[in-house]
Design a protein around this ligand. Structure first.
Ligand code: PSU
Ligand code: MN
Length: 302
């Protein structure tokens, strides 16, 4: 038996065909420092409600999979130390052993699919790391997008990753990558990169239709919607490049590996930019939540 708790407002929306947006919790526990992490998590939920949808933040708490968290649970997660970061591989063991863990993009997609939630808003997805040709470090997020039918709204992929290789793997896996309102594939802190996105759409309605069409064709998997950070909040690629290179060099020197790589780089980049990267991160997460709410609303009426 699966220990599962669905928050009352989420359960109600799902039952009545209302719009619901899934949210991850690794961004809270491993992606941002306290107290901004908890403030942003609450603001994201407020913005989704203001847009007429219901937020469902996912986490495993004491062996129970939660679809939608209460404010005090968000607070506790945001302050807790040593919360596990759970992806597809870790989820069953975490639940079975009564553990507590924050869900990555992959694990959040799994939880969303189980609950019947089709749209998920986050910051950036995991991808192919630089040097993957020797480290084999490729995020499970990419394979999840290929098999779990959830549309994920992210600000592209972080420039700490190898973006061309990330796009190649997504193509190989048959994942539609849709830039929102522009041709360029966004690079998280920067609104554009020098890579063209494979697809472009200009409305939430089109994205909702494409989501439904994948199911109509009997295709597994979801879609990645790459939503550029608002221009007034971006940090240009030229400005980020040396910062990323520095963080990467330190990570290599300290032999940071596996799950620890992404949190290490995000924390170092926060320090190296004197907190500016976090301002940008917050702006893009809120922007993605609003687009996710619009897509979920469009899906609800289609
Ligand atoms: N993007 C952010 N902050 C984060 C992450 C992504 O802005 O904390 C997290 C997401 O949960 C994503 C995970 O699924 O990092 C990817 O980790 P890895 O590279 O270890 O697969
Ligand atoms: Mn990895």
């Amino acid at each position: 038996m699966l220990p599962l708790t669905i928050a009352p407002d989420v359960a109600h929306a799902l039952k009545t065909g209302g719009a619901v947006v899934a949210l991850e919790s690794t961004i809270i526990t491993h992606g941002m420092p306290y107290p901004q992490n908890v403030e942003v998590a609450a603001q994201v939920e407020d913005d989704i409600r203001a847009a007429g949808a219901v937020p469902a933040t996912m986490a495993v708490i004491d062996g129970v999979l939660h679809i939608g968290l209460e404010a005090d649970q968000l607070q506790a997660l945001g302050q807790a130390k040593n919360v596990a970061k759970i992806s597809r591989a870790d989820m069953p063991a975490c639940i079975a052993t009564g553990g507590t863990g924050a869900t990555t993009v992959a694990a959040t997609m799994i939880a969303a699919r189980m609950a019947g939630i089709s749209v998920f808003g986050t910051g950036g997805i995991g991808g192919v790391h630089k040097g993957a040709e020797t480290s084999f470090d490729i995020s499970a997020d990419l394979m999840e997008l290929a098999q779990t039918p959830v549309t994920v709204v992210a600000a592209g992929a972080k420039a700490i990753l190898d973006l061309p290789k990330t796009l190649e793997v997504l193509e190989t896996q048959g994942v539609p990558v849709i830039a929102y309102g522009q041709d360029s594939f966004p690079a998280f802190w920067s609104a554009t990169s020098d890579l063209a996105a494979p697809l472009r759409m200009d409305s939430a309605k089109e994205i909702a239709r494409a989501h439904k069409m994948r199911a109509s064709l009997g295709l597994p998997g979801g879609q990645l919607v790459a939503n550029p950070v608002p221009l007034e909040a971006e940090i240009s690629g030229a400005e980020m490049a040396p910062v990323i290179a520095q963080a990467q060099k330190e990570g290599d020197e300290q032999a940071i590996l596996g799950k620890a790589v992404t949190p290490f780089l995000l924390a170092r980049i926060f320090e190296l930019t004197h907190g500016r990267s976090l301002e940008t991160n917050i702006a893009l997460v809120l922007n993605n939540a609003r687009l996710a709410a619009a897509i979920a609303s469009a899906l609800a009426v289609e």
